[in-house]
Design a protein around this ligand. Structure first.
Ligand SMILES: Cc1cc2nc3c(=O)[nH]c(=O)nc-3n(C[C@H](O)[C@H](O)[C@H](O)COP(=O)(O)OP(=O)(O)OC[C@H]3O[C@@H](n4cnc5c(N)ncnc54)[C@H](O)[C@@H]3O)c2cc1C
Length: 351
């Protein structure tokens, strides 16, 4: 038997962040991942945005999540010896006068002044359709998610802790936490939307949501130093290229790109850009969203060695670092999960 402390199933954002935390704590781990189609992380735009743009309000625990995200990704950059986190403000473009007024009122009356750095005048940027001006939101950032995941995969492979295979439940003994010839203290399932096929956790109310995203080239604009938000987002990634996303679809959960998705993005993009662009590629993934829009972290109600880290929804890049640290401290200390994982993130809310 190969003895490990923890088995992690899935190497998306959840599994990757957790694996880094456990390795830093000197734990012996085994990661099982097969790069299955429609993974959310592999197409994610990587925006770290502390503000709910529609409501013009900070997301829950925004300050805590944001601080940890910056700290964790900066440390990982040092560990993996590469750059993948870029501090970048968001330019929120107002669609009409009402929205402009809401943002100005919230800025003067509520604690949104922590996140709104300034307002921009209408038509300030000649390459944008911008009749109502906008707001500059920061701190915020862009994580090059696919690069971060690939570097991490290489790092795990070099440590010999990655098994490139599909986890088969037929080969798993849940009482003793044995998978094939691997004996673990605990196992943590981080399978993204595929949690629905997990016989131990498929009772959790997931509402997987497909997202399509495009990469475009704007030949007249080498680099704009802001991420643009107006119904969709346009994120500069350098060399005249931008990531444009995303769509939301709960019916079709494949990784196929669709004509409808592409048309939706093009229509939105045409209402933002006043210059020509060309589409380079379109891709799709399925977000692990949850009915109540909160993460799914916790221990199985019957099998105490089985854990889940999922439900990162549309903000996995922002909330993942904090949640993986909280979960790690429970896994290592053996403290009750309630001590670290707050009720609204803990799967015990569905028991
Ligand atoms: C179009 C789009 C844009 C997005 N943009 C953003 C953004 O800008 N900012 C943000 O914060 N979030 C964004 N998200 C959401 C973000 O992608 C998710 O919150 C996060 O990546 C989810 O990570 P995960 O690890 O839980 O799941 P996943 O990324 O789906 O990873 C699950 C992993 O488990 C593996 N797996 C599953 N089952 C098995 C098995 N049986 N055996 C072996 N391996 C298995 C899969 O292959 C996969 O590698 C976006 C999502 C989409 C679709």
């Amino acid at each position: 038997m190969n003895k490990v402390d923890f088995i992690i199933v899935g190497q998306g954002m959840a599994g990757t962040l957790l694996a880094h935390e456990l390795i830093s704590a000197n734990k012996k781990i085994l990661i099982i991942d097969k790069k299955l189609p429609a993974s959310s992380s592999r197409v994610a735009a990587g925006m770290i945005n502390p503000v709910a743009m529609k409501r013009c309000s900070p997301v829950n625990s925004a300050e805590y999540y944001l601080q940890n995200a910056f700290k964790v990704y900066r440390n990982l950059e040092l560990k993996l010896k590469a750059k993948f986190l870029y501090s970048k403000p968001i330019l929120k473009l107002f669609a009409n006068e009402d929205i402009q007024n809401i943002w100005k009122v919230k800025y003067s009356n509520e604690d949104m002044d922590k996140y709104i750095a300034s307002f921009s005048a209408k038509n300030e940027f000649p390459f944008l359709e911008n009749s109502y001006g906008g707001a500059i939101v920061e701190p915020s950032a862009h994580l090059d998610v696919s690069f971060f995941l690939e570097l991490s995969r290489k790092f795990f492979a070099e440590l010999n802790v990655l098994s490139d295979e599909i986890f088969s439940f037929d080969s798993f003994d849940q009482m003793n936490c044995i998978y094939k010839d691997n004996l673990a203290e605990k196992i943590i399932f981080c399978e993204g939307h595929r949690l629905q096929s997990n016989p131990f956790f498929n009772y959790l109310p997931m509402t997987p949501t497909k997202g399509e995203i495009m990469k475009i080239k704007i030949p007249s604009l080498n680099f704009f130093n802001k991420m643009i938000s107006k119904g969709i987002y346009v994120i500069p990634i350098g060399n005249f290229e931008y990531v444009v996303g995303a769509t939301y679809n709960r019916e079709d959960l494949s990784d196929r790109v669709t004509k409808e998705g592409r048309t939706f993005l093009i229509n939105k993009l045409n209402s933002i850009l006043s210059v020509d662009y060309e589409i380079l590629s379109v891709s799709a993934g399925v977000r692990p969203n949850v009915k109540d829009r909160r993460p799914l972290v916790g221990v199985h109600p019957e099998f105490s060695k089985l854990f889940v880290f999922n439900g990162l929804g549309s903000r996995g890049v922002l909330v993942g670092p904090s949640l993986s640290q909280e979960l790690t401290s429970c896994l290592i200390s053996g403290l009750p999960i309630e001590d670290k994982i707050k009720g609204h993130n803990n799967i015990s809310r569905f028991n």
